[in-house]
Every structure is written in C-alpha cells, then in structure tokens.
Design a protein. Structure first.
Length: 215
C-alpha cells in the first residue's frame, strides 16, 4: 500500500501540498488537463523549481486573471458535481470544503448554507483543494500521515481586515490536532492547508515505519 507522510516543519498550505505532489511525480500537464474538467476559467497554472538555502523544490503557482466571485458551499459543490472528475476526487474535494464551511460558519455564527467564502471560494483555493484530491488519486496514495503542525504568530490581512494568527478558521479546523507555537512571524498553517490535511488524516506524529520511494 502506498502511503504519504507530510513533514510540515514550516507549516502547510494548498500550494505547498500541490508542490509536494508534483515533486513526488504528479505530472503538471496531467493536472492542468484535470482542471479543465471544472467549469471555471481565467487562470494559469505554473510549476517551477525554486531555491531556498541552495536546496531546490517545486513551487506550483495558480495565477488568477479574472475578478474573483464570492461563492457559497452550494456554488462550489455544483462546480465539482457538474465536472467530469473522478468520483473519488469529487467526494474528497467536497469533504474538504465541507470541513471549511463548518469552520467558517462556527467563526461567523451563520448557517452553513449562508456562509460566503472569500479567499477560500476563490479560483486558486478551489484548484488547490481539487488539485490535492487529484494528486492523491493519480499517485495512488491510499493513506496519509502528517507531522505535528507548527503555528506562526502575528496578524494576517484578509477580506475581514487584520486577524490574528492562526486565523480563526484555522484554529477551528485544528481542534483536537497536535499543534505547537513557534516564534515565526507569519501564517504557517492556512485554512486551506488545515482543511486538506485534517480531511486526509487523523494520524499526526513522527514518520511511521516506511520504505521511502519518493521525496
């Protein structure tokens, strides 16, 4: 059985997950073709090698060219349901968005069908979540493990103004998940990253016994 271990030493976000999956063998052209199955447009997807401290990894950027539309959970589910994506990809993607919606409605104290996603309902967040689901399916990953989640400090600007880190939705999503504080000023775990990893696994801790195939 093929498993994946996410070593979140510097947090986790949607684009970090996509970059990791591409580095593990997810073909970027295949990912682009899968994205075409969604009825959304006005974006480009790019993958490039980036260098940090003389070490290279893959960064996936989703460049949005059109003005963003605020979407609720029904809107996003319809986009996914109306697509020709694989059934397992659809279900996992919707499950991740449901987790996000529950966290957001708890934070904003509104009904789950009335919550309007702002950053999370944008094209790049939709593609991050659907892309992660596609990647796991294409790489035939059957089980996911993760390290503990490190949290940054400070504030982040969003559509609601300045909010503390971790963002309220992130804090709600990681309830019951092993996490720890750092002295790093910045957002390490984003709501999208938290929603994806907590939907994929409840196994958080040290790397399990495994034979490493790809990094």
């Amino acid at each position: 059985m093929r498993i994946a271990y996410f070593d979140c030493f510097s947090g986790i976000s949607g684009d970090m997950i996509l970059g990791a999956l591409v580095d593990m063998g997810l073909d970027i052209d295949c990912l682009k073709e899968e994205f075409k199955k969604l009825s959304i447009s006005g974006y480009d997807v790019m993958a490039k090698k980036v260098e940090k401290n003389h070490i290279y990894g893959t960064k996936v950027d989703i460049i949005v060219k059109d003005k963003q539309t605020h979407r609720n959970l029904r809107d996003i589910n319809k986009i996914i349901d109306d697509s020709t994506l694989d059934g397992e990809v659809k279900e996992l993607s919707k499950n991740i968005f449901l987790r996000l919606a529950k966290a957001e409605c708890k934070v904003h104290n509104v009904d789950i069908n009335k919550i309007h996603f702002h950053e999370v309902g944008a094209i790049d967040s939709i593609l991050d979540i659907v892309g992660a689901s596609i990647g796991l399916r294409k790489l035939n990953i059957k089980k996911v493990y993760s390290s503990y989640l490190p949290l940054g400090t400070g504030f982040v600007k969003c559509s609601h103004g300045l909010i503390p880190i971790p963002a309220p939705a992130t804090a709600e999503l990681i309830r019951g998940i092993p996490a720890y504080s750092t002295n790093i000023n910045g957002e390490l775990v984003t709501p999208t990253g938290a929603a994806i990893i907590t939907a994929l696994t409840n196994n958080f801790g040290k790397m399990p016994l495994m034979s490493v195939d790809k990094v």
